[in-house]
Write a protein that binds this ligand. Structure first.
Ligand code: HEM
Ligand code: NAG
Ligand code: NAG
Length: 558
């Protein structure tokens, strides 16, 4: 029987059974601790009828209920939303001890990526993190800068060629190229595999992503995929999307095996000079093989998991909120049996694309950036990218602030805890509290994007793209946040993004080349409005136009 012929009633029964079990298990959690204020339950099954995708909701609730409040979640649960910096800091720092990823999200991560660092908790996480860290050092990234430049120069030569033949400016679907840069450079720099997507080659990774982009999913496959976040067993249903997905995983496993095999052969002196592996993972594996300290070693599975994660999670090809738990995708099959996603936040893992869009909206910023880059006849070195070029630095930080790749994360309290509050809040019963007792099992949302865009932290123009703010004194409130320059974009605490130096070097290298050589504009001018189109992955689209492509007019700098 083909999966698409599974009857709807069949699915409903199956689903009902699962839901009852989950409901029972969940109802035993998170029932004590003070009741907080928050928006009322507006949907019996989902908690809220409209998912709080837009920060506007979170922000409105902050204004109404204070910096820490509760929102109703699916199946009678509730979640704690935290925007108070003192509380945020506490949660991030107590992450390893208390605030773990939920069991269901870990099962999901294990199935999708394997038991790698994203999945790991506690001591296993500590060991994997220590084993991986040297690979992400500044010294390692410095050596990889050439890889980023290679990719962006490939793009440049294709664009130049197109411009030759059309004599003048061209309208380019920039995003495809930016994804190509991201995938090819993470492949080469990360684990010595050239996906050759900039050369127009298809790989199972690009195929899977393209299928999702084309929105080719049937509602059945979408349903299975949505359900898999709650019940990972649904990942085994062979829908078309899932098959593409497993193909992708298989090909990434082959890449990981090759990498392991090659570093082993290199170690044994079986590879010719000049073919030595310089990738992050390659260097790491060789160092490990020489190191007697067996304790730090990564297992073969951990290496494979890291390769999968870097290609999928990291290259903005994410089609799932990797670390979101139970939450994410809950389904109501009530009357219409259409999917409703409980909370689907925009996954805009396309920082390069956002950077170019912001620059197209702000020609004056583009000019300023170009002026700063004018001094370079050749590409800036890594040290120049990182330690000089203050305006490029500010522009990139501003993009990261407004468009964090992961707009919110969720954790579950593994045991009871007390969270200190910077600002006292009033509970439902009218009591004022300065610290909050959290029961084991409580789900906690850290709304990264909302905090990053908050007026309270960033001033009245918090929503505006204004790199100049990075040269001004940050507000005292923002100072209370640690993060990366007070941004939560890269998470914080013991799980702060390991690849942030990699990500920053890459985006700076790409922007520096593109802005030195081209001017970017919206074909319909600066008034072009973008909205998020909610699909499996939310994607920006031009208001009033079909499709999710955002082409830009590109012309050479005179
Ligand atoms: C602008 C681009 C990026 C952003 C905004 C970003 C953001 C994040 C965030 C929010 C997390 C925490 C996830 C969680 O545990 O809930 C994370 C973890 C991680 N990131 Fe990134 N990331 C980026 C690029 C990269 C790159 C390029 C790499 C590697 C080449 C990388 C490697 C990692 C690793 C290994 C972790 C897991 C850390 C741990 O659990 O201890 N990231 N990243
Ligand atoms: C980049 O910005 C941060 C935050 O303002 C600052 O601490 C850092 O020194 C800047 N780097 C450069 C190269 O300007
Ligand atoms: C968490 C937080 O401070 N949110 C702010 C986000 O931005 C809105 C509007 O700009 C503010 O009203 C919120 O206070």
């Amino acid at each position: 029987m083909s999966p698409s012929s599974l009857s709807i009633p069949g699915i409903l029964v199956l689903l009902g059974l699962w839901l009852c079990t989950k409901l029972f298990l969940l109802s035993r959690h998170g029932s004590h601790g003070p009741k907080l204020r928050g928006p009322p339950r507006s949907n019996l099954i989902l908690g809220l009828s409209t998912p709080p995708i837009k920060d506007a909701f979170y922000a409105e609730w902050v204004a109404q209920y204070g910096p820490v409040y509760e929102i109703p979640a699916a199946l009678g649960r509730k979640k704690l939303v935290i925007t108070d910096p003192t509380a945020l800091l506490h949660v991030y720092n107590a992450e390893r001890a208390v605030y773990t990823k939920s069991e269901s999200s870990r099962t999901f991560l294990a199935r999708v990526f394997g038991r790698g660092i994203l999945w790991a908790e506690g001591e296993v996480h500590k060991r994997q993190r220590r084993a991986l860290s040297p690979a992400f050092s500044n010294a390692a990234i410095r050596k990889l800068t050439a890889v980023f430049y290679d990719s962006v120069h490939k793009v440049k030569s294709y664009w130049d060629e197109t411009m030759e033949s059309t004599s003048g400016d061209v309208i380019i679907d920039v995003e495809g190229w930016m994804n190509g840069i991201a995938l090819d450079s993470v492949g080469i720099a990360g684990f010595s595999h050239d996906f050759r997507s900039l050369a127009g080659e298809e790989s199972p990774v690009t195929r899977a992503f393209a299928a999702l982009q084309r929105n080719e999913r049937t509602s059945f496959s979408e349903l299975m995929f949505g359900l898999s976040f709650v019940f990972p067993i649904f990942l085994r249903v062979p829908t078309q999307v899932m098959r593409l997905f497993w193909d992708m995983r298989h090909s990434l496993d082959v890449i990981a095996e090759n990498l392991l095999e090659n570093t082993r052969r290199e170690k044994e002196g079986m590879l010719p000079e000049g073919r030595t592996d310089k990738s992050l993972m390659g260097v790491l594996l060789k160092a490990e093989q020489e190191d007697a300290d067996l304790q730090l070693r990564m297992t073969q599975e951990e290496v494979a998991a890291q390769v999968r994660m870097q290609s999928v999670f990291i290259t903005r090809l994410t089609f799932c909120p990797a670390d979101r738990s139970l939450v994410g995708w809950c389904v109501t099959l009530l009357s219409s049996s259409i999917i409703r996603l409980e909370s689907k936040s925009p996954q805009d893992m396309r920082q390069h694309q956002w950077a170019l869009m912001e620059l197209a909206w702000h020609p004056e910023t583009q000019d300023k950036l170009r002026k700063e880059l004018d001094q370079f006849r050749v590409d800036p070195t890594w040290d120049q990218l990182v330690y000089e070029l203050p305006f490029l630095n500010a522009t990139v930080l501003e993009v990261l602030r407004l468009h964090p790749a992961v707009p919110e994360t969720e954790r579950v309290a593994a045991h009871d805890d007390i969270i200190p509050l910077g600002t006292p809040i009033t509970t439902l019963s009218g009591e004022t509290i300065t610290s909050l007792t959290v029961a084991a099992g409580t789900a906690i949302i850290l709304p990264i994007r909302c905090v990053n865009r908050s007026d309270e932290f960033w001033g009245a123009d918090a929503k505006a793209f204004r790199p100049e703010r990075w040269f001004e004194e940050v507000t005292d409130r923002a100072k209370e946040l640690q993060g990366y320059h007070h941004l939560l974009t890269f998470h914080d605490g013991p799980r702060i993004c390991l690849g942030r130096a990699f990500a920053l070097a890459e985006i700076k290298a790409v922007i520096s080349v593109l802005i030195r050589h081209y001017v970017f504009e919206f074909p319909d001018g600066r008034e072009t409005k973008i909205e998020e189109q909610e699909m499996l992955v939310s994607r920006p689209k031009v208001v009033g136009q079909d499709g999710t492509k955002i082409p830009l007019r590109v012309r050479r700098v005179e």
